[in-house]
Design a protein around this ligand. Structure first.
Ligand SMILES: [Zn+2]
Length: 204
């Protein structure tokens, strides 16, 4: 038994985000409006709180405090070729329907004075993915942040994703992949873009 349950309202544990209880009460109402009764289906008993906690987790990118610090290093080797992280998996939620879209991001930049720790690129993608999102905006936010913080010669971000709001409802095109790209600086030159695509094609 948890003794604190006698002191605190049952839906709020003391170390918990106070929004859990508030969001859960609305989820409970949705469950009720759908004609479901948690008292008659044991699987629904804690669904309100599970959904509330899940939202706060998968939308953690709404909290600026979770923004990854992009540790940079001086480009002492004067490296001026392309740095690419590809096939970075991500999961996000579509702003329009609050159901998932997911896939892979490919992020490349050509440095100037600064280079960034490679692990930071996936973290940056994840930070922006963990909020209600549009694929186009996600792509732009990753590119703009790298442009601002690294001041590189150029940045290119490509995101390939499946949208469950397209597959489960509406036009129902299972497996369709949406591709978006954001291009900055030297990547506007065709030869540089082609090098990016060439590196991307070398899969496996
Ligand atoms: Zn959608």
């Amino acid at each position: 038994m948890k003794p604190h349950l006698e002191i605190f309202p049952p839906e709020v544990e003391p170390d918990e985000d106070p929004r859990v209880g508030a969001i859960a009460s609305h989820v409970r109402e949705i469950v009720r409006l759908l004609g479901l009764d948690p008292e008659k289906d044991a699987n629904l008993v804690d669904t309100d709180r599970r959904v509330a906690k899940m939202y706060l987790d998968i939308f953690a990118g709404l909290d600026e405090g979770n923004r990854p610090k992009l540790t940079t290093f001086p480009n002492e080797e004067r490296y001026t070729a392309m740095v690419m992280e590809k096939e970075i998996p991500f999961y996000s939620m579509c702003s329009h329907h609050f159901i998932p879209f997911y896939g892979h991001g490919h992020i490349a930049y050509i440095p100037n004075e600064k280079i960034v720790g490679l692990s930071k690129l996936p973290r940056l993608l994840e930070f922006f993915a963990r909020r209600p999102q549009l694929q186009e905006r996600l792509t732009e936010q990753v590119a703009s942040t790298l442009e601002e913080e690294l001041k590189p010669q150029g940045v290119m971000v490509v995101i390939e994703a499946r949208h469950l709001c397209v597959e489960m409802r509406g036009v129902k095109k299972p497996g369709a992949i949406t591709v978006t790209s954001a291009i900055r600086g030297i990547f506007l030159e065709k030869a540089v873009r082609e090098e990016f695509l060439d590196l991307l094609r070398r899969r496996g």
